[in-house]
Structure formats: C-alpha cells, structure tokens
Design a protein around this ligand. Structure first.
Ligand code: SAH
Length: 222
C-alpha cells in the first residue's frame, strides 16, 4: 500500500461531485450514507496503478486477486442495510476496507473479517490512518461468522454466497437485517433478509451484482 498521490488528490476535487451525483441518480438518497461516501478518500484504498480512477463509479482490482467494490454498489448495500447509529454491524470480506470505513461512519461498531492476511493488514493500516476507533478486525473465515460477538443488529456480506447464508443469519438479532450477494455464477442477486422477530425472514431481491465468491477457510497469502 502507498499513500495518496497528488494527482489522485487533485482528481478527487474535480470528480467527487460527479460521483456523488451518479450515486443520487441511481437511487442512493440516504443522507448519512451519501455523507459517509463523500467524506471517505477512496484513493487511500485503491492500488497505485489505479489511483487516478479512484473517483470513477467502478470496481477496481486490489491485491490477492480481489476487488474494491463500485461506489454505487457500496451506497446501495449500505442504504439497504438500514443501519442505525447504535447498530453493531458484522461485515464479511474486508478487502480494501473501503466498505468497512463507510459502515463505521453510520454505525456504532463494525466487526470485519477477511481471509487474506495481507489484505487485513493493509486495511488495518488504513483504519489507523483515518483514525477509526470503532472497527474490530479478524483474520479468518467469515462464513463462520463471529459467534463470540453475536448476535448482530446488521450483517453485510461483500463476497457471493452460493446459497442463503444460514450460519450468518443465525448470528443476526430477531429484527436484524442481512444484505448479501447470493448465487453460484459470475452474476448474483443482491438479497436483503429482514428478521420478522420470530425467527423467520422476509427476503427481498434488490438487483444483479458481480462479486468474488465467498470461499471457505483462510487463504494462503501469495
Ligand atoms: N468490501 C470490499 C470488497 C472486497 S471483495 C471492499 O470494499 O474493498 C470481497 C472480499 O471478501 C475479498 O477480499 C475476499 O478475500 C473476501 N472473502 C471471500 N471469502 C471470505 C471468507 N469466507 N471470509 C472472509 N473474507 C472472505
């Protein structure tokens, strides 16, 4: 990881209003979510090769063959999670830590799990740089959830589960919300599970998305 470049910082000034407008045009209207995105320097999370594209509304490659999500999808998923200021949130798939940072700005506490040690370390250093004090990280298999800290008010999964993430749903509070891409192929459907308070869920399909798969176990770092 390296710091922000001057060019990226310059681009930020010029391109951020356009990115924010693109998000609004596509239906991200929650003020807290928009503010969190607007105040997060995405160029801190992108690799050197792509720094000048940090303010485009597109997903970009990061280390370990993974991706930093498209800002619109980050906005859409965060909005769909309907986070409250007092929420304790579990996130699976820290990746660059960009989505984690957005969640940390709209909630009380974020627990985040990543299966690549390299990505986890880089994300932790970004959280330090930003002075985030409400993010708790874990290197491990997020598919297992985080039983010691459960139940959670909200859970966000940023890697695609093949089927309903039952293990994670069992770590959600009765009225909690979980948002996850679900499906086997390169295109999955974004699902929102809302607890009905009695152990069941109302499931809503939001849109098609493309996420890297949720894989079992921890990764061998390259
Ligand atoms: N939210 C991230 C997107 C990361 S891409 C961002 O904003 O940058 C998805 C991430 O999920 C990858 O880093 C991948 O390594 C991770 N992942 C996949 N399966 C996982 C699992 N079982 N446990 C934890 N992390 C997992």
């Amino acid at each position: 990881m390296s710091g922000r470049t001057t060019k990226a910082a310059e681009n930020a000034k010029a391109d951020l209003p356009r990115l924010m407008q693109a998000l609004r045009d596509q239906g991200v209207t929650d003020q807290q979510v928009l503010k969190a995105i607007e105040t997060t320097p995405r160029d801190l999370f992108t690799p050197d090769l792509f720094k000048d594209r940090s303010w485009e509304d597109s997903a970009l490659p990061i280390a370990c063959g993974q991706t930093i999500s498209q800002p619109y999808i980050v906005g859409l998923m965060t909005q769909a999670l309907t986070v409250e200021p007092r929420s304790r949130v579990l996130e699976i798939g820290t990746g660059s830590g960009y989505q984690t940072t957005i969640l940390s700005k709209v909630s009380r506490l974020v627990y985040t799990i990543e299966r690549y040690r390299t990505l986890m370390k880089e994300a932790e250093s970004r959280f330090n740089t930003l002075g985030l004090t409400n993010v708790i990280t874990k290197f491990g298999d997020g598919g297992e959830g985080w039983a010691e800290q459960a139940p959670f008010d909200r859970i966000m999964v940023t890697a695609a589960a093949e089927d309903d993430p039952k293990r994670l749903l069992s770590q959600l509070k009765p009225n909690g919300v979980l948002v996850a891409p679900v499906g086997k192929g390169p295109v999955q459907s974004l699902r929102r599970y809302a607890g009905d308070g009695k152990g069941g869920f109302r499931v809503e399909i939001l849109c098609d998305v493309r996420f890297v798969p949720l894989l079992a176990g921890v990764a061998k770092d390259q």
